[in-house]
Design a protein around this ligand. Structure first.
Ligand SMILES: O=P(O)(O)OP(=O)(O)OP(=O)(O)OC[C@H]1O[C@@H](n2cnc3c(O)ncnc32)[C@H](O)[C@@H]1O
Ligand SMILES: [Mg+2]
Length: 198
């Protein structure tokens, strides 16, 4: 059977990736369908390293073809931080709220610092033979002073896109997928997967 496992422990990513993979008309599973698999340690120093590490780890753990995502926020006023450390910005196991508070505190401690930022996403697919596909995407925006919206996850309430006059947290999953780093990456990946599964 043609199927793919969305290999992430982040429910927001699962929702966005599953929606974008639907046109492939293959079964889309999540790692939680394969029992209690521990998260791998994300020891890479680039998004690509970590995406490949997660795809290979979950393909091994599930015995299925897996699609992993490594992503993060680069704030220009912080020299590109938090970057690959976005999930752990406020410490190991940090909540989205704590990470958002730290982002605002760090930017507010640097008056005049640029508020421009971008999200980056690298997707890595790995099958049980070790065949690998990758795709990436970015999305530019502005870090606002106070969160707006309750959709999405992570830094979405603080990430404003002037051309849409909305934060990513004010968009539906479909709207976010049309403009986001992950949405752009998954569009490229879907084309490659269409060939892979044909
Ligand atoms: O590793 P997995 O299990 O996929 O889930 P994770 O949440 O730990 O994911 P990452 O290691 O890739 O860390 C990425 C962090 O960057 C942030 N991030 C990534 N994409 C985002 C998005 O679309 N909107 C808001 N924040 C995002 C958010 O804080 C994520 O926790
Ligand atoms: Mg992670």
């Amino acid at each position: 059977m043609k199927e793919i496992v969305v290999a992430t422990k982040n429910a927001g990513k699962v929702a966005e990736l599953a929606a974008a993979l639907a046109p492939l008309q293959i079964a889309v599973k999540s790692v939680s369908d394969y029992g209690a698999i521990e998260e791998p340690e994300e020891t890479g120093t680039t998004f690509t390293d970590n995406a490949l590490l997660k795809a290979r780890y979950y393909a091994q753990a599930t015995g299925r073809a897996c699609l992993a995502d490594d992503s993060g926020l680069e704030a220009d006023g912080l020299g590109g931080e938090p970057g690959v450390y976005s999930a752990r910005f406020a410490g190991p196991g940090a909540t989205d709220r704590a990470n958002n508070e730290k982002l605002l505190a760090e930017l507010n401690a640097r008056p005049g610092a640029a508020r421009t930022a971008r999200f980056r996403c690298v997707l890595a697919f790995c099958d049980t033979n070790g065949q690998v596909l990758t795709a990436d995407g970015t999305c530019e925006g502005i870090i606002i002073e106070e969160g707006q919206g309750s959709g999405g996850f992570g830094y979405d309430p603080l990430f404003f896109m002037p051309e849409y006059r909305k934060t990513l947290a004010e968009m539906t999953v479909a709207e976010k997928n049309a403009v986001s780093h992950r949405g752009r990456a998954v569009q490229v990946m879907v084309k490659q997967l269409a060939g892979y599964f044909s």
